[in-house]
Design a protein around this ligand. Sequence first.
Ligand SMILES: [Zn+2]
Length: 473
Amino acid sequence: MAVRRVVALVCVALLFVGSVPTAAAQQPDIAQEHWYHSWATLTYDTSQWADDYPEIVSVVSAGETEHGRDQWVVRISDWSVENKSDGSPKEKVYIDGGHHGNEHLGTELAFLVAEFYIEGWADGDVEAVEVLQNTELHIMIMLNADGNDLDTRWNMNQVDLNRNYDHHWTTDETASGDGPFSEAETRNNADYMAEWMTDADLYVTMHTGTWILAYPWGFTGEMPSDWEMFEHIRDTIHETIDADLPVRNANAGIYPTHGTSRDYGYGVMGFPTFTFETDDEQFLLGTVQSLSDRLSVELEVMRYLISNVWYWRARLNVTSMEVTPGEQIELHVANQGHASTENASIQYVFEESMEVLWQSENFTVNASNTSDVTLDASNLSLQPGGTFALHYQKRVIDASMFVHQPIDEKLVEMVETDKDGWLPAPGLLLVLLAAFGAAGAANGWPKRRFSGAIEPDGGENPSVDGTTHDAHL
Ligand SMILES: [Zn+2]
C-alpha cells in the first residue's frame, strides 16, 4: 500500500508535466491529493469542490449502491450561463468510472478529468473556461463504491456490473446477475442517463486492464453503424495525440462482451461511446514514467473528445431550398458534423403546435459532406402559417435522438409552376399556392418520383453495414 501510494504521488507530479501548457498553474497540490480514492475520500473531495467552486460544480446522487452508498455525479459547467452564447443549449458529456472496484485507475482517470476542468477554470485556463461555458460535464466518478472499498471487481452481490446492462444481456457471461439491471448500481446509472443525458453526444466509461480506447461493439464483431465517426476519431487521435494508442472496436480490441455499459450507451441511448482502459497498475510498478505517460495521453484524448463534442453527431444546415409546391423540393444541405444521418426529411409544420402537415421521404447526408437532394413534393400544399423544418437523427444508430430544426424562411425560395405563368401578389402567394397545390394534386398532375436524393461529393455512398471495414482496423 505504501509503495502504491508513493508511486501514485509521483504520478500526480509527472502527469501534468509536458502535456499541459498551463502545467505550472494546474499542478495539483500533492499534499491534498487522495490518490486511489475510497468512497469516503471521494465524498469529501467532491463536496469540497462544490463548496469551493459553487459557480461551476454541483454534486448530486444518482442513487445508492446495494450497500447504501451514494453514487455521486459531479456536474461541472459554468452555471452563470444557461445556454451557449449563440443561445443554443450546452453540449452534454457523460463519463463514469469504477464499474469494477479493483480498477482504481479507471476511477482516478474520471476524477482527474473533473479536476482538470475545475482547477483549469479556477486558474483562468482558456480551454477549461471555454469548455465549461459551452458544455455540461456529468461525471459519476465511482460507480461501484462497495466493490471499490473491498478492492474487488464485483459489487456486493458478486455481480460483474459491466455485464449487467440491458443490452444483449446473457447468462453466458460470468456473474452477469439475475437479469438485466438486477443491480442497483447499473439501474441507477441507466436511470441517470435516461433522465439527464438523453441528448448527450459523448459517453466515456473508464476501466483498467489493457491499453485501449474501445468503441462499440463488444457483443459482435460487426462495426457500429457510425463507423465513419469512430474511424475519424481514431485517425485524429493517431495523427495528433498518440500514434500508438490502440483505438478499436471492443470486440476485436479486447474480447467479446455482452451487457456492457458501452454497448448499452450506444445501442440503447444512441450516444457515441468509448471504453477507456489503461494498463493495470501492477504491471507498471517500477515504471512510473510509463504509467504517467499513459495517464497524460488519456487526459489529452479526453480533452480532445470533450472540446470537439459538437462534432460527434450530424449537424445539418440547409444552405438553399427551392420549393415547387405540387412538384418538388430542391435542397442543398451541408453536414458539419462528423456523423452521418440516414433518416433526414423535410417537414412542413405549424411550428407553434408542432403539427406536421407534410413530410418528405427520408434522405441521407454523409458526415462532413454536402448533398443536393431532390424530394417529391407532389402532395405538398402550402397553408398560411406553415413553415419548413429539418427533421433528422443525430447519428446512424437506430437509438440516436431525432432533432427538429426550423429552416430560416429567408433561405426558402418559392417557385411558381410555369403552367400558368401568373405571379400572385406577395401577400396572396401562400394562399394561392395552397389552392393551386390542392387542385393540382386532385387533377392528377404528373408527379415526380423521388429522384435518388443523395449526391455526395465523393460519388457512391460508403457502405454502412460495416462488415467490409474490418480490414481497416
Ligand atoms: Zn473493468
